[in-house]
Design a protein around this ligand. Structure first.
Ligand code: C2E
Ligand code: MG
Ligand code: MG
Ligand code: MG
Length: 283
């Protein structure tokens, strides 16, 4: 009987395995098709200067339109990384974001747009070419494009990363270290890295006012950035008191649901117009 149960368990186990392997294969082929058919869209979340209260930028965040619903990047970027689909997908993001920068500029909306790069994209020897090509084709100025890369991607073989970052910066782009504070940055390397900005991780921002340690970390990151001559941006700002705290702490820029969630480009332009109008009325 025990043997029989074992056999059953084995059968269920392999059926489970098969089911999840099939789901994965199915998702991979749907993702492949979506990349080919461009069933992808960039949403934009505003970035606001705490000094002027103006919108100075936007972060481009990828969504996949699949069967009438939106799938967020956390649910497909890892698979895109594993399968290499991230390379054509990332190229499309670059082209789409630079095109949007140009379109907004022509409409009088001057913003610095940030795009996210994953590990494999960052190590792609053709990244520089793709960026130059996207800038040329769109006519977007290089200094309106910002690249966000996480600490772990940068710290993993730091010498090579420093070289790549230097090359990207020499193209005129700004480099931001995303989710800063959650990885294991070597301060010695950080000092030598050609970077422009720390993006303080959402987890610290959301604990402001609740955990003294998070306040201490946020203050320390802002001080470190200052002394290295770098800017700071806080992500995931959801409340007025978080915003006020960051303002007192000397953080440069903020983004989060307190201002707006990520929006399709047309909605973003409408939001921008409303926000700018209200803001100018107050001046
Ligand atoms: P990230 O770069 O750290 O982006 C911030 C995430 O926080 C976004 O999630 C954004 O929608 C969310 N967020 C912004 N403000 C708030 C807030 O006030 N509260 C809360 N709870 N969340 C907020 P999203 O769009 O799901 O993106 C997740 C991650 O996927 C990104 O994290 C980024 O690492 C990656 N990603 C997004 N777009 C791309 C892309 O085009 N290429 C690559 N390689 N990765 C991407
Ligand atoms: Mg980011
Ligand atoms: Mg982040
Ligand atoms: Mg993140």
């Amino acid at each position: 009987r025990a043997k029989q149960m074992g056999a059953n368990q084995f059968r269920y186990y392999t059926e489970d395995m098969n089911a999840s392997a099939l789901r994965r294969i199915d998702m991979e082929s749907r993702l492949r098709r979506a990349v080919e058919n461009r069933d992808m869209q960039l949403f934009y979340q505003p970035v606001i200067s705490l000094e002027t209260n103006r919108v100075v930028g936007a972060e481009a965040l990828l969504r996949w339109h699949d069967n009438e619903k939106w799938i967020g990047p956390d649910d497909f970027i890892p698979l895109a990384e594993e399968t290499g689909l991230i390379i054509p997908l990332g190229k499309w993001v670059l082209e789409e974001a630079t095109r949007q920068v140009r379109t907004w500029l022509d409409d009088g909306i001057d913003l610095r747009v940030a795009i996210n790069l994953s590990a494999r994209q960052f190590r792609d020897p053709q990244l520089g070419e793709h960026i130059v090509h996207a800038l040329d084709r769109s006519g977007a100025p290089a200094d309106r494009l910002r690249l966000e890369i996480t600490e772990s991607v940068v710290m993993d073989s730091a010498e090579e990363a420093a070289r790549i970052l230097g090359k990207l910066q020499s193209l005129g782009l700004e480099i931001s270290i995303d989710d800063f504070g959650t990885g294991y940055s070597s301060l010695a390397y950080l000092r030598r890295f050609p970077i422009d900005q720390f993006k303080i991780d959402r987890s610290f921002i959301q604990e402001l006012g609740r955990h003294n340690e998070s306040e201490a970390i946020v203050i320390a990151i802002i001080r470190l950035a200052r002394s290295l001559g770098l800017g700071t941006v806080a992500e995931g700002v959801e409340t007025e008191s978080q915003r006020d705290y960051l303002s007192r702490a000397g953080c440069d820029l903020v983004q989060g649901f307190f201002y707006s969630k990520p929006l399709p480009a047309e909605d973003f332009a409408r939001w921008f117009a409303d926000y700018s109008k209200d803001n100018n009325d107050k001046e």
